[in-house]
Write a protein that binds this ligand. Sequence first.
Ligand code: AHR
Ligand code: AHR
Length: 491
Amino acid sequence: MARITLDTHQRIGTVDRAIFGGFIEHLGRCIYGGIFEEGSPLSDGRGFRRDVLEALRPLRMPVLRWPGGNFVSGYHWLDGVGPAERRPRRAELAWHAEESNRFGTDEFIEYCRALGTEPFIVVNMGSGTIDEAQAWVEYCNGTGNTHWANLRRNHGHEEPYGVKYWGLGNEMYGKWQIGHLAAEDYVKKARQFAAVMKWTDPNIQLISCGQQGWNEWDRTVLEGLADLVDYHSIHIYTGSHQYYTNVFHPHQADRALRICEAMIERVRYEKRIDHPIHIAYDEWNVWYRERSPQARRSGLADALAVATFLNIFIRHCRSVRMANLAQMVNVIAPIMTSPQGVFLQPIYHPIRLYAEHTREIALDARVECETHTLDPEEEDVSERPFRVADLGPFALLDAVATCDVEGREISLAVVNRDPDRAISTTIRVLDGTIGSTVLAYEVNGKDPEATNSFEHPKAVDVREPRAEGHGDQVDYAFPAHSVTVLRLPMG
Ligand code: AHR
Ligand code: AHR
């Protein structure tokens, strides 16, 4: 028998809803043929796929990162504004493609408004110049009678866009990145970019380009940019064909966050930095099986991993103030399209449930249950080379609890990583009684490999089983390989 103990007074902190953010890149069919398909009967007059917008709404993404990703390091934003038929068609070197530029800054902002999300723009620190970055901020946010602000007005957008979040380049440490740099050189260049961007609009928030959060790169960048940035970014993709490695691999994020939090604390202390530096986990997901991120398959096991990632972000809510699922449509994404329609991947369901049910305050849930030790023989990190076995043994149940500010209702999310057995659990609330009507939502499928497709869109889906509270406890059996959200009303 497993036990989960809750107390609405044992609080970790406030959950920033920006952890449910998204990311779209000019890559494969994420933009063109994904969110944007001109001339399609499924699109509106602006070319936005209506069915995709509809599938996105329940994910309630508060912030959307664009235009890349690796793509941004060769992207000149001026190519993508003004009359669409006059925009240049460019060779796209990050993903060996062609860029029509029919979707650019104005379309992105329009899309954010349509979806009800905050824009987050990453600037080109690869082939791009300081002038271009300055001009981009002015184009979006400028209020004066100056050239770039007037260009926006000439394009029909009188009011400034007020883009708040700006990323200082993408993965600038990687040799796959156009114009990649050594950490010290990145710091010098990023300081120059940051200065002109902030002088253009002092209200913007800057995000420094981090690596996995634990690297020398992160340390050098934090030391060099701490006085200028509001967020430090981390990217981690996890995943493996081996079931246990796959479902436990997201605990890497826990390691990354602990180390990165400590580095931030150290740099703020040493340099007497008064403003907070948050962590923006601005690319994360499960990504394996194919080298190309355009891979289509995601299975139920990936959905368990994705829920575990979200649990970790919620437990680290004091530092993680933004996270952006990579990516939103078609590219290792929760939503897949064809010219005829969409289907939802298994990972869609936990993301949707968490976006809907996570409450404002993260609680320190205590979980007592059986564990699994990943022995190094069993661990398979051939696809994503970060070992995770040393972080074990891993509790088979991974749980987070959140509540509203007044503590009137607890939302408990539990991932059962046991591939074979249900885990009977007693859930107790120490400082209250639980109302009798407990709502339950469960993501599950036939086995961990279960996957959705256009032909079988509901092989992995959400069901609403029954649960009941008695006094201060609920007894609940979390089924094998499932993600469950319980809503516990406090009596
Ligand atoms: O999301 C796919 C790619 O992964 C992004 O372009 C890049 O930033 C990361 O390496
Ligand atoms: O596939 C190119 C790059 O290789 C990706 O952007 C990065 O995540 C990976 O290591």
